[in-house]
Design a protein around this ligand. Structure first.
Ligand SMILES: *Cc1c(COP(=O)(O)O)cnc(C)c1O
Length: 520
């Protein structure tokens, strides 16, 4: 079938219609395949390869525990396995899937391994993976309510569920002036909060006088967001921390007062609940009091720690949230929902929408104009969006509040156990409190020993952990929160660390750390 072109003369004026529309080859001589052939994957093929793919993922998740956790390929090694040019002819899909084992797996660091303790987890789970598959299958573009009402309404509803599930303040629910939205990550969420705050501060005639605040322990996304918002680096003021790396409220109040005296305009502060380095908890209620008095937008970044609130006894992570302007946390870290899934809540959505909605003619529609619907494109930077809530909905229903609570509680309990084993070993010390599931510790032999120990452990393939610096000295971090982690994995990890410690100390030529503050 030829595509009917109603007015060929309009095309003829700048294209050769015979060539473009009727498929006459540009270069004479080459045999032309059937121009109307469909290259789409048939329903039967999809069924066959889809089943194969699900089987592959199921097998992967079964055996991931036995794979060396960290990938050991050298830079360029994976690319060298790929042909220099894209395929000219369609390939059998079986060949594509076969390359998963040959090309991809060697270059995968197994974040889904139960022996994963690095950074913070990037949790996935069965229901989440299935949700991702179905969201792709539906293939909706949910930029507006009207472009797939279910995508929007399910998101609004599930985020209201989360308010209840986590014991968050009602002001984040969608039935008042506030509400929630799924963002790609905490970085994007924090940027959007900053843009809303900038809007509320009436930035257009005084951008260079605005000042934002965080502690030096805040995530790097805060500075990145400030840059994107047009601030100079010195317009993000870093407030001093206490002995546990938490922001000092008195230092914050003093900085705000000083800036106001100098004619600057304090407009935005980020408090972190569970810093990336050591899980420090900024004192949100005290910071909120300063912000309220000074008219500063307070955003709380609970990227990793926020999920703990599924357990009522861990709701200290929610302290003060009833007095803040915005809050975000990442179900894609510790709530079993794979990337990208961050939740941003605002107490008042008006400044966010004022900052981010731009309505061109081609997006106008009756539902939007009625004011009765949410158009999530106005809540973040992207226009196009997948059915973001589907996998979160699946996870909440698969686990139930009970399953989420129980799993998170186990992680926190095992972290506490690990902390006691570390504290009892005279070669090691804890370097930060362990309120949740992150354990930061060091060998007393000094930086070289800790570096050596971490490198040895990660090279063993038996576990994966990462490091940070606390008070200028190297420390090891173990975050216990991978979906498949069981207590035995934590026991084995500590056994391996304890076993390898003396070797690492000998190899690094350790003298005991002479610096003051080193325990024992
Ligand atoms: C991981 C992390 C972030 C960034 O999270 P993304 O979702 O990857 O953007 C921000 N803040 C804190 C405290 C984090 O731990």
């Amino acid at each position: 079938m030829r595509s009917p072109i109603a007015d060929r003369s309009r095309l003829d004026s700048f294209w050769n219609v015979d060539r473009v529309v009727n498929g006459v080859p540009a270069a004479a001589g080459a045999p032309e395949p059937d121009a109307d052939r469909s290259y789409a994957m048939s329903a039967d093929e999809f069924r066959r390869w889809g089943h194969e793919a699900v089987e592959w993922v199921a097998r992967y998740l079964e055996r991931v525990e036995d794979l060396p956790v960290g990938s050991t390929v050298a830079p360029g090694e994976i690319r060298a396995l790929l042909p220099p040019s894209p395929p000219e002819q369609p390939e059998p899909f079986g060949a594509v899937l076969a390359d998963l084992d040959r090309v991809v797996l060697p270059g995968i660091t197994h974040w889904q391994s139960p022996k994963w303790f690095g950074y913070f987890q990037a949790n996935a789970s069965g229901p989440s993976i299935i949700g991702e598959l179905i969201a792709a299958g539906l293939g909706t573009q949910g930029m507006l309510w009207s472009t797939s009402p279910a995508a929007t309404e399910l998101e609004t509803h599930v985020l209201d569920w989360l308010v209840e599930l986590l014991g968050l303040p009602d002001r984040f629910r969608s039935d008042g002036p506030g509400g929630g939205v799924i963002q790609d990550g905490a970085s994007g969420a924090t940027l959007c909060a900053l843009l809303a705050a900038r809007e509320r501060a009436g930035w257009r005639d005084r951008l260079d006088r605005l000042v934002a605040y965080s502690s030096p322990e805040a995530h790097s996304s805060v500075l990145k967001g400030a840059r994107v918002a047009g601030l100079h680096d010195d317009q993000l003021r870093l407030v001093a921390t206490d002995e546990h790396q938490a922001m000092r409220a008195d230092a914050f109040a003093a900085a705000v007062a000083e800036d106001r005296e100098r004619g600057r305009v304090p407009f935005f502060a980020v408090a972190t609940v569970g810093t990336t380095s050591t899980h420090a908890l900024d004192p949100v209620p005290e910071l909120a009091a300063v912000c309220r008095e000074a008219g500063i937008w307070l955003h709380v970044d609970g990227a990793h720690a926020g999920s703990a609130a599924v357990a009522p006894e861990l709701r200290f992570v929610n302290a003060g949230l009833d007095q803040v302007d915005s809050y975000c946390f990442d179900p894609h870290k510790w709530l079993f929902t794979n990337l990208e899934c961050d939740v941003l809540y605002v107490a008042d959505r008006a400044p966010l929408l004022a900052a981010l909605s731009v309505l061109p003619e081609y997006l106008r529609n009756a539902a939007t104009e009625s004011g009765a619907v949410i158009d999530y494109r106005d809540w973040h930077l992207a226009l196009g969006r997948r059915f973001r809530a589907l996998k979160l909905w699946f996870v909440l229903r698969h686990y139930g509040a009970e399953g989420l609570r129980s799993t998170i509680r186990s992680h926190v309990r095992w972290a506490a156990e690990l902390a006691t084993w570390i504290a009892a070993d005279p070669r090691f010390e804890l370097v930060a409190p362990v309120p949740l599931n992150l354990v930061c510790f060091r060998h007393l032999g000094g930086d070289a020993v800790n570096q050596r120990l971490m490198d040895d452990l990660n090279a063993s393939g038996e576990l994966y952990l990462t490091h940070t610096r606390v008070d200028g000295r190297l420390a090891l971090r173990m975050s216990i929160g991978q979906t498949a982690t069981e207590r035995r994995h934590v026991v084995d990890a500590w056994e391996l660390i304890a076993t390898r410690a003396d070797q690492a100390a000998a190899a690094a030529g350790a003298a005991p750390d002479p610096r003051p503050g080193a325990r024992r």
